[in-house]
Design a protein around this ligand. Sequence first.
Ligand code: F0G
Length: 459
Amino acid sequence: MVLPYIEPYKIKMVESIHKSTIEQRKTWIKEAKYNLFKLSSDQVIIDLLTDSGTGAMSDKQWAEMMLGDESYAGSRSFAKLEKTVQDLTGFPYFIPTHQGRAAENVLFSALVKEGDVIPGNSHFDTTKGHIEFRKASAIDCTIEEAFDTSVYHPFKGNIDLRKLEEVFQSNPVEKIPFTLITVTCNSAGGQPISMKNIREVRTLCNQYGIPLYFDSARFAENAYFIKTREKEYEHQSIKAIVKELFAHGDGMTMSAKKDGIVNMGGFIALKDPNIYKECITYNIIYEGFVTYGGMSGRDMGALAQGLQESTEFDYLKSRVDQVHYLGQKLVEFGVPVQQPFGGHAIYLDADKFVPNIAKQEYRAQSLAIELYIMAGIRSVEIGTILADRDPVTRKNRYPKLELVRLAIPRRTYTMSHMDYIAVALKNIYETRHEAKRGYDIKWEAPIMRHFTVELEKLS
Ligand code: F0G
């Protein structure tokens, strides 16, 4: 018999989980105005709100914390991180920032002007926010298959080249500062983009003289999918695939809280020395001096080590296998989920899960609340509440997909935690017909309402 695959690590330190009862959770979620962001983490048993900054660092990363050089300028930890990023990505210019959206802020300050258009594959919310804040627009060119949870496509993060070319043809070239590829595509469900598609996008960009940038938060997971789903890459190492991927770009932004496996951090890496020079001025204004950019020396050391670990095949296999183990269990139980499973999360299809609840009563949010009450699992709504209102009509924008994201933190939970989540959802699914009413909004902020929204239960 073939020995089963095991996680390539063992556990050295543990953190207690706070258990609670259904009655306690009913009180807590009511006090939190039915907004899962307002819960204290002690009120949560398994926290799947995000995989961002919630991973477990290795002993080698913790050792780096002790080696951190906290010099204001010219820190050794900066030099270590800079060399790691240069070796990994091939980009010669590196700028640290405190997290991913800070990298977006600095880079877009240099590149994005009012009236610009930035095509890409379902830009992440903060990315879109930074584009729209500058009175520019983000145009989604993701392939249509991404919006049907039951259709199998190995690379649902791919860009539809016809949609992209239409954007190139219908706008003056000087209004398109760059195309942005998000690897993996978070908003489309943690779905990867193929190397073939990246190559084709690059060729099209070259034809029109438009630069190409990457939003790289989950670049290592994307490289894993390229290796395991794109035949010509099956014998290549993850690091070689990563190098090739970035070779197609002019630069990248990174939220290191994901595939950097650190709790806080980010960076920009670039090809062009002139754009680098422009960015460092913004970096000093917004983030800090160029050799720390919002990160302490110890965090830069831990990130350098984290990037080495996240680009190892065995780590990525156990990471993706764990997410897929949960997805597979849910499929066996008949629970409707997006397929193929994403790299960092499983997405529940709330339209199919609780069709009895009216769309206007926030199906996905209702399901996320039920999952919390029944099992203490905190997930996040990726549906109408997140989609916000149309800025002109102030009407709710109903997205194509009404999802609940179960984001799995890196190296944090075990397989028995996955079993617990799967059984909790099975039980809710079996009684789904009893769910008839959802929630109403009592108060909301004018933008990014999902973080602070207050809801009322309808009966
Ligand atoms: N880009 C992508 C694709 C992301 O998923 C995120 C964050 C960011 C940029 C921004 O990075 O948080 O370090 O400022 N995503 C988190 C999530 C918040 O839960 O998916 P950040």
